[in-house]
Design a protein around this ligand. Structure first.
Ligand code: 8OZ
Length: 376
């Protein structure tokens, strides 16, 4: 028997993460696809079809984490990404959650505020994007079909008394997710966006209670989590981190200290899972980096958190091995789910995978979105 055969059973067995009852350990990662209906960044039938195709909890994703979804118009950083702050958007998401539930699936909304990774063209009234500090990211974003990628705008620092209003955007979005029929939410704390901008000293030079010490830099992240927990039970909430990632010009500092503190505080809140981007860009799931993941895993679990969800360039083999050795409770697959709506079934049958087409990752219509065939 191969390693895959011996461990595959572990990958395909059920998992209870808090109050999330997942049929397998094969989850679908949040994937920006930039196909919301315009104007208004509204989810629509095409998005419902895409998510529905992947929603069979045994053959597809046991749990779907939605693409990153802006909590407010201020939280938007890329053209064509969906929001969850207007009435139309909530109505649009109802089509998506219904399509998933019709297949017996589970879907969580990923709540997103980009902070400084935005452009004045995308901001309400053409204002500056907001951030912990007025430090521009050497990074690009996408403002329209015509402009292509453009440098991000210089942000302005949030006033201390504005911060509760931004926390409230997350609370309201969490409530909107409930109204739209989601089964829970994931807080986007990764990849150089607003929560991570607060957490890291490279993007946070504040001198109030939201900057300086690690406790202060993590304060905003934890206030967001607590606000979300006024709407959702902790067993239905996850939090995503990218401890080693430096995406969007946001270098790491002291990842073990930073993320074991954050993971422990999130664990104390009793969250369903922590979702860790282990490999992306310059970050890799190497032996050298293993202590970072191990520290997060034990800090979160020991404090009362439930599952550890790994992510990043996994195959069936590496995922199965990770589960079998208790290095993760579930694995979130991204690109493989773009091109394989029935990914878990293909793993089960050891069937070949469809290849993904990068040219159709972002924007456009059905092509490269709902056109990948299942086995049957
Ligand atoms: C790809 C393109 C735009 C945004 C992330 C939400 O990295 C994203 C994203 C990914 O978390």
């Amino acid at each position: 028997m191969t390693t895959l055969d011996t461990n595959l059973a572990d990958l395909l067995k059920p998992l209870t993460a808090g109050q999330i009852h997942a049929a397998t350990r094969v989850w679908m990662a949040p994937l920006t696809r930039s196909r919301s209906k315009q104007p208004g960044d509204v989810p629509w039938e095409l998005n419902a079809e895409y998510y529905g195709q992947r929603a069979d909890p045994k053959k597809g994703a046991a749990v779907i984490i939605s693409e990153a979804t802006q909590v407010s118009s201020q939280g938007k950083g890329y053209a064509f990404t969906p929001g969850i702050h207007s009435k139309e958007q909530v109505e649009g998401w109802k089509l998506v959650t219904k399509a998933v539930h019709d297949k017996g699936g589970i879907i969580l909304a990923q709540l997103w505020h980009v902070g400084r990774i935005s452009h004045t063209d995308l901001q309400p009234g053409g204002g500056k994007p907001v951030a912990p500090s007025a430090i521009r990211a050497e990074s690009k974003t996408y403002t329209s079909k015509d402009s292509g990628l453009v440098p991000t705008s210089e942000p302005r620092a949030l006033e201390t008394d504005e911060i509760p209003g931004v926390v409230e955007q997350f609370r309201q979005a969490a409530q909107n997710a409930k109204d739209a029929g989601f089964d829970g939410v994931e807080i986007h704390g990764a990849n150089g966006y607003l929560l991570q901008q607060f957490l890291r000293s490279a993007s946070n030079t504040r001198t109030d209670q939201y900057g300086g010490s690690l406790e202060n830099r993590a304060r905003f992240c934890l206030e967001v989590a607590e606000a979300v927990l006024t709407v959702w039970e902790p067993g239905k909430v996850g939090y995503r981190v990218s401890p080693l990632g430096e995406a969007s010009d946001n270098p790491q500092d002291r990842p073990i200290d930073t993320y074991s503190y954050l993971a422990a505080e999130l664990g104390k809140l009793g969250l369903a899972y922590i979702h860790v981007v282990e490999e992306f860009g310059s970050a890799t799931r190497s032996d050298e980096n293993e202590p970072v993941f191990a520290a997060i895993r034990s800090a979160f679990r020991d404090a009362g958190g439930h599952a550890y969800v790994g992510n990043g360039e996994y195959t069936a083999e590496t995922a199965a091995q990770r589960i079998a050795t208790d290095k993760a409770d579930a694995i979130a697959f991204g690109k493989p789910f773009i091109s394989n709506p029935d990914l878990a079934e293909r793993f089960r049958r050891d069937a070949p995978l469809n290849e993904w087409d990068r040219d159709t990752f972002y924007g456009g219509g059905a092509e490269g979105y709902t056109t990948y065939p299942p086995l049957d």
